[in-house]
Write a protein that binds this ligand. Structure first.
Ligand SMILES: [Fe+2]
Length: 132
């Protein structure tokens, strides 16, 4: 098991609005946008303390990779960017596959080989690097 759904609270509407403000102010392409103090404080109090929080924007499929800057990430999608699928591999063998639901928290092992395919829109998530 390399990704697991978490039963944690949804993000309040007023904070979600602040995420969209960040998204709309950012050029296209893969982006990691460090969140403002409102989002950081809420996430550290309600989701996971001592975590580096950012908004991730993904507009293209992510080929097989290991995250360079994290070992474990928490992720909460505001927009899935289409029917995108996340696959985890052990060497060449597919070992886990998931279609992440919007407004649901997940924890995932990002130093495991993984890919995100079938992105047709903009995939927007609030993400926390638990173990950077
Ligand atoms: Fe990744």
């Amino acid at each position: 098991m390399f990704i697991k759904e978490l039963r944690l609270p949804t993000i309040p509407v007023e904070l979600e609005y602040q995420i969209w403000e960040l998204v709309n102010a950012t050029p296209v392409g893969y982006q990691w946008i460090t969140v403002n103090s409102n989002l950081k404080d809420w996430c550290n109090q309600n989701i996971c303390p001592s975590t580096h929080w950012g908004v991730q924007l993904i507009k293209l499929d992510l080929p097989l990779h290991r995250d360079a800057a994290s070992q474990v990430k928490i992720n909460y999608l505001l927009d899935t960017g289409g029917d995108a699928v996340t696959n985890f591999y052990d060497n060449d063998k597919l070992i886990d596959t998931v279609i992440c639901k919007p407004r649901t928290w997940y924890i995932m092992k990002t130093d495991q080989l993984h890919e995100v395919l079938n992105i047709t829109g903009t995939r927007v998530s609030l993400a926390g690097k638990v173990f950077p």
